[in-house]
Structures are given as structure tokens and as C-alpha cells.
Design a protein around this ligand. Structure first.
Ligand SMILES: Nc1ncnc2c1ncn2[C@@H]1O[C@H](COP(=O)(O)OP(=O)(O)O)[C@@H](O)[C@H]1O
Ligand SMILES: O=C(CO)[C@@H](O)[C@H](O)COP(=O)(O)O
Length: 468
């Protein structure tokens, strides 16, 4: 039976799954780490991708492959196909001022109407404006701009820097898909076209941009291997869990994201909801925070425990952690747009200052930032019948249980797996089959709603003070 592969080139690592085309059964997998930091040489992603493929036993027997990846990262290429400078990632906040300049130029509603979203520092457009203003010699050299998954797809197809690749630096062979393009800040998800006036404003000239490929078409063929368009990681996760109306997906990776597949486009000029496209060319209204799984990593090292112990400690405390609140803005924050904010531990007394309360406050704080996202989606008309929890921190049973209390919604935890990579594999399968297969998804846990606990209300008291 033919095999298909899907890749998740995410912030912290690269993962590959190889699946049976018909049943979707996992056949082999591999992973490799990415370097830390918000500025990364794309070569590190290419090395990790090759290491992950090697760990998975290679892809010689695979018929189709697609790459999902972290969104927004700015990869700039010169005319020889060389990377001009390290990529600035989605969680690099240096271009916050440039985001404001774009909003001032086009107006908040104007830019939201043109691109579906109000740009914040994460968006590629703001990074290009930062480049033009701070490294004009680099900006002048830019012949093409692409996203992390676009660049990896191009490399996998055999293109790359002059002298270092079989097919050479053909920039016109760069491809992408609507879901990832919709995170650039210069793409209109409603028309499916790039918005040149924004691009010209931020870079000063029009570079080559990746061609938009439909989800069930091959972007390239390499011998017998079909290479798909790929996708932004959140859109791929929605596709990987087969999200349908009433499902809201919450992903707890480096970023925290809340999103749903919708037939209706959004154009939120407040900037809370990003109006992205889905893999299937519907829409993917999405709220993203900068502080998710790494909040727990950081609290684990502060308390000297591992993730299981952090979870066990948290479950010893009562909902609301006896008034202890962590506002987790360790990396600044994106939603709300507070790029320079710092985290704060609030409400401590000599009595409630326990390891259990602090562990619980860490999990509640991470989730409360996302509960505000759920509320925003609800206000935009997105129905939440259940929350599907994915991403690294979703594996933690305490996180799953506390999510039901914080969100006040039933939680479904799919069987442990790489759902971004699975979504990419499902897209690859759709190239061979003409449409995406309905692979069965096993459920690990279903946690009924317990109603909303006290955590969110007390969190808002402290978090709202940051907005004053
Ligand atoms: N059991 C767990 N509990 C909490 N966090 C976890 C657990 N297992 C992994 N993580 C965290 O999940 C993160 C990796 O998740 P992942 O979704 O792969 O991130 P990304 O997509 O941003 O690279 C790491 O920060 C890791 O420490
Ligand atoms: O910026 C966004 C979404 O807009 C992030 O969701 C990135 O796409 C990174 O995802 P992870 O690597 O944290 O999963």
C-alpha cells in the first residue's frame, strides 16, 4: 500500500510521520531539535528535517509528502537563492513599532479589510519593514521572500543556493499555500491574492513571492515523489484532527493558539482575531499567545520538578490556586498586544505561597490567556461545542483537567500524536486520492465540562491591569 509523509517544522523541533495512505496508520516517525532563539539560520531547519527523515528510515518508499511549519518567519533570499540573513521568527518582537506604522499607514480597519488581520510583530510584513529601516543593504538585496515551510518545500524539491542544490536557485519555483500566506500580512485570504501595496510599502520593491498551490495539487514532483503545497502549522493541525463546525482547537506548543475552521472570513480591526485561511481554503480565525508550553518548562525548572510532577502538584491545589495568579507574559505578549510586558506572580500571601498553588497558577495562567481567545471567537460567532487539545503541553493530564475548568467547555484530547505533521500527511494523501481521506482519530480522553472555575475571573483582574 502507498505511503505518505507529513512534516511539522515547528519552533522547537522537526517531526515527520509516515502513514499508510488508505488507513492512515502510523508506519514510521522521526524527530530532531531546532536551535533556541527568535532568529534562526534556516539551514538549521533543513539539517533537522534531514535528520528527522533519517531517523524515520528515509522517504524512498513514500509517494507523497507535505510540510507544515511555524508561521510568519521571514526568510529572505538573494538572486543566487542564498539566505541573506537569519530568519526572524514569529516570536521575535523587535518589529512591534513597524506593526504600528503599517496600521498608521493603512488604518486599522483598512489593513484588516485588505489582509484579514491587524498586524502585530509576529507578521512577516512587519519584519520586512524592520529590515528596510534597520538593514537597508540587506533589504535592497531581497529578490524573494518566503516562509519557513515554503523554503523547506523548495529545498526538498531540489532547489536551493547556487552551487549547493541540484536544480539551482530558481526563485520562480517557490510555492506556498493560502493558510501560511495568510499570516504574512500581505495576502488577502478572501481573494487568494497577494496585496502588493502593502509589500511595496514595507520592502520598497516587489520581490518574487511563492506561488499559491491548491491543497490537493502537487507543488513539485521529484521522481515518483509528489510534494504538496504544505501549510501553516495551525491550519495543518486543524486538518490533522479533522476539525468540523463546533470544534475549537487549542494548541499548546511554544505558542498558544485557539482556532476554528469557518466558512466566514473575519476582519477584526482590534487585532485579537487573526483572519487566516484554512488548508481547505475556508477560513481559520485564530487567536495566538506567545506564552504557552515554555511557561510550564520555566515553572518546572523554578520548582525543580518535571512535567508530571508539576501536574501532580497542581492537582493538589484547589481551582483558583487559593488566589495565586500567574500572568505569564515571559516573552512579552502578542494577544493582547504587549510586546514589552513581563510576567508577574500575583496574590501571594504567607499562607497561600505553596508549591502546589504556584504549579496550579502556572497552568491556569497559561490557559487563561487562551480562554480570552475562546471568548473572542465566540463573540465573532464561532460556536464551541468542544475544545480539541493538541500540542506538546496537551499531553499533561493536569493541563487537560484544568483546561475543562478554565474554558468551561468539554475537552477532547486526541491520542498522543503529531497533529500538524498528520495534517500535512493528510494533505499529501489528498494529492494521490483527489480529496482528503477521513482517517480515524483515536481519542485519549474526554473531559466533560465542569462549568467555569474561579481562575479566569481572578486572572482577568491582574491581566487587565497590564492594559491600563
Ligand atoms: N507532559 C508535558 N507537560 C507539559 N509540557 C510538555 C509536556 N511534554 C512536552 N511539553 C512541552 O511541549 C513543548 C513542545 O511542544 P510542541 O507542540 O512540539 O511545540 P512547538 O510546536 O512550538 O515546537 C515543549 O516546550 C515541551 O517542554
Ligand atoms: O505565530 C503563530 C500563529 O499565528 C504560531 O502558532 C506559530 O505558527 C508557531 O507555532 P508553534 O511552533 O508554537 O506550534
Amino acid at each position: 500500500m502507498p505511503l505518505v509523509a507529513g512534516i511539522d517544522s515547528s519552533t522547537q523541533s522537526c517531526k515527520i510521520v509516515i502513514r499508510d495512505l488508505e488507513s492512515g496508520a502510523l508506519v514510521r516517525e522521526g524527530r530532531a531539535s531546532h536551535p533556541n532563539g527568535t532568529e534562526v539560520n534556516p539551514q538549521a531547519w533543513w539539517n533537522a528535517l534531514n535528520e528527522a527523515i533519517k531517523q524515520a528510515g528515509g522517504i524512498d518508499d513514500v509517494s507523497a509528502i507535505s510540510i507544515g511549519g511555524q508561521q510568519h518567519g521571514m526568510v529572505v533570499l538573494d538572486t543566487d537563492g542564498k539566505v541573506i540573513r537569519d530568519a526572524l521568527l514569529w516570536n521575535d518582537t523587535r518589529s512591534a513599532g513597524q506593526a504600528n506604522e503599517i496600521v498608521a499607514k493603512f488604518g486599522a480597519q483598512g489593513i484588516a479589510d485588505l489582509t484579514g488581520s491587524l498586524p502585530v510583530a509576529s507578521f512577516t510584513a512587519t519584519k520586512l519593514l524592520w529590515l528596510k529601516q534597520n538593514e537597508p543593504e540587506n533589504a535592497a538585496k531581497v529578490a524573494a521572500v518566503c516562509l519557513p515551510h515554503d523554503w523547506l518545500t523548495w529545498r526538498l524539491a531540489g532547489y536551493g543556493p547556487l552551487g549547493e542544490s541540484a536544480l539551482g536557485p530558481d526563485l520562480s519555483a517557490l510555492t506556498t499555500d493560502a493558510s501560511d500566506a495568510s499570516g504574512t500580512g500581505y495576502f488577502n485570504p478572501k481573494t487568494g491574492e497577494y496585496v502588493n501595496e502593502v509589500l511595496e510599502f514595507v520592502l520598497g520593491h516587489l520581490p518574487v513571492l511563492p506561488k499559491i498551490i491548491e491543497p490537493n495539487k502537487a507543488a513539485h514532483t521529484k521522481g515518483a515523489l509528489a510534494i504538496g503545497a504544505g501549510a501553516g502549522d495551525n491550519a495543518a493541525a486543524a486538518f490533522g484532527v479533522l476539525a468540523k463546525a463546533g470544534d475549537v482547537v487549542v494548541s499548546l506548543g511554544t505558542s498558544g493558539t485557539v482556532f476554528a475552521v469557518s466558512k466566514t472570513a473575519t476582519n477584526d480591526s482590534t487585532g485579537t482575531i487573526a483572519g487566516f485561511a484554512s488548508v481547505s481554503s475556508d477560513f481559520l480565525p485564530l487567536v495566538c499567545t506567545l506564552n504557552a508550553a515554555r511557561v510550564l518548562d520555566s515553572m518546572c525548572s523554578m520548582l525543580g520538578v518535571d512535567h508530571n510532577e508539576l501536574g501532580a502538584l497542581a492537582l493538589q491545589a484547589e481551582p483558583g490556586a487559593d488566589g495565586v495568579v500567574l500572568v505569564p507574559y515571559f516573552e512579552g505578549e502578542r494577544t493582547p498586544n504587549l510586546p514589552d510586558a513581563k510576567a508577574g506572580l500575583h496574590g501571594l500571601t504567607l499562607k497561600n505561597n505553596t508549591r502546589a498553588n504556584i504549579a496550579r497558577a502556572a497552568i491556569e495562567g497559561m490557559l487563561c490567556g487562551l480562554a480570552a481567545g475562546l471568548e473572542a471567537l465566540a463573540a465573532a460567532g464561532v460556536k464551541t461545542e468542544r475544545v480539541i487539545l493538541v500540542g506538546g503541553a496537551a499531553a499533561n493530564p493536569a493541563v487537560q483537567q484544568i483546561a475543562a475548568e478554565v474554558f468551561g467547555a468539554p475537552i477532547t484530547v486526541p491520542a498522543p500524536g503529531e497533529y500538524v505533521a498528520n495534517g500535512a500527511a493528510r494533505q499529501a494523501a489528498s494529492i494521490l486520492l483527489g480529496s482528503a481521506p477521513d482517517w480515524k482519530i483515536e481519542t485519549l480522553a474526554q473531559i466533560p465540562t465542569t462549568g467555569q472555575g474561579p481562575a479566569l475571573a481572578q486572572y482577568k483582574k491582574y491581566a487587565n491591569a497590564y492594559l491600563a
